[in-house]
Design a protein around this ligand. Sequence first.
Ligand code: MSP
Length: 521
Amino acid sequence: MSAESKSFYLTTPIYYVNDAPHIGHAYTTVAGDVLTRWHRQRGESVWFLTGTDEHGQKVMNTANLNGSSPQEWCDRLVETAWKPNWANLNIAYDDFIRTTEPRHMERVQRFLSGLKDQGHIYSGKYEGPYCIDCEEFKLPGDLDEGKCKIHGRQVEMVSEENWFFRLSAFVPQLLQHYKDHPEACEPASARNEVISFLESGVQDLSISRSTFDWGIPVPWDVKQVIYVWFDALLNYATAVGLGDSADSPGGKKFASVWPPDVHLVGKDILRFHAVIWPAMLMAANLPLPKKVFAHGWLLVGGEKMSKSKLTGIAPSDITDHFGIDAFRYYFLRAIPFGSDGSFSWEDMGARYTSELANDFGNLASRLIAMIEKYCDGKIPAIAFDDTLQAALNVTVSDADAAMIALDFQGGINSIMDFCKRVNGYVTEQQPWVLAKDPANKVELDKVLYNTADAIRALAVLFHSVMPATTETLWESLGADESMGPISMQRIGDVAGWGQLPAGSKVTKGAVLFPRLEEKAE
Ligand code: MSP
């Protein structure tokens, strides 16, 4: 497969199934969904992978506490909590990998044997602190009075004969990689952290555990299971056929997507993705991911929201009140991607009302109402407006540049600015005044057409962020009949003015963003 036709391949972290999802998890996956939908609308072929991380002590302990076997526990949580959560948030992933699936376990074992054959694995003794919540061997600097700085819980001391990966051998190559490809780790603050970590002296990594058995057996030493992070990181490659022969379905899939274009991760798991993972790939002579992007944390009371601290908010708590698309919109709009941000019901309520209900929703419902009233419910003759057209041109190129650079806030702002511009146009032109005199009919039609075509563009541009709402709007404009499904509308074409055909029948659909009081149960 030629380089040009390689799919845009994006991954989210695979989530621990020790508990149900909270909005911190949803934040990463929604960002991935928005970005992949945007790339699809650019006409690219896309592969979007998510899944669950099911091995390790954390999941095993939770299953035990709940009187369940780990496998039963994972099966239950995946089917009753995780998959329904992604369906509720309208996440259009292409594949969902579970690390307990044979396709993953077999390929992990084969990969590890390959590294051993190449001399990258040796046996040794590990002694030191381990945080079960992070599933991570800790350095003294990672602890505060014996507690993990992230989770605030006591770490356990591990002393085991394990298998080690020669991670330290790859440090010079990793430093060179980030020098040559600064875009491989973003934002810059994350890259700087990785570089100073690499410069501070990295030790070899223990990649197996012998004191419990919930994991993938080390193929040549089945008393040991593979360290959960070594197992988990490989999901990005096992899900697309790692190591399969070139002419098999797995081998073909691998050739069509590898290397990943973006690994989306939270900043707490940056080192795994920007140090250990590329070193594993270097050891196996595989091309490195083009980008690891570390986003910030959703905070509650100034601290990372987490289930272990009982601060986790379920996504459904928010979607039940504000709706799914407002959820998808809010976090990407309110928090610069890469920075931490606090969630507040008040701020979300304020933005919902001013930006979504007033600026966007009302614009659409007023336009539909006026076309029904003044134009018999049919889109009037195609018209043009130089200023709106010029503004749309700039909007599309700014929004596209921002979105593909993962600046979701910048992208949404550009689209929202255009929305405000269209509101300004309607206020200036006062179609309701024009409508009072039949002599103004041509002018009135022109204003309504321009507004309708601007809303057509807004619907397409907002589709990746708010898929269901924009689809409703698309149908109200009669555009699905005349222009085909909204998901097929291309970003590269959206700035072309005059696409909404004259004569399309508009219909008053459901209110796009109902007033919040009306949602009270
Ligand atoms: N299983 C590992 C990832 C393995 S990837 C090969 C893991 N799982 S996790 O469920 O704990 O977290 C998954 C993702 O959710 C991480 O990117 C993490 O940053 C993100 N978040 C968890 N809590 C978060 C917030 N409060 N805010 C934003 N993101 C957060 O780590």
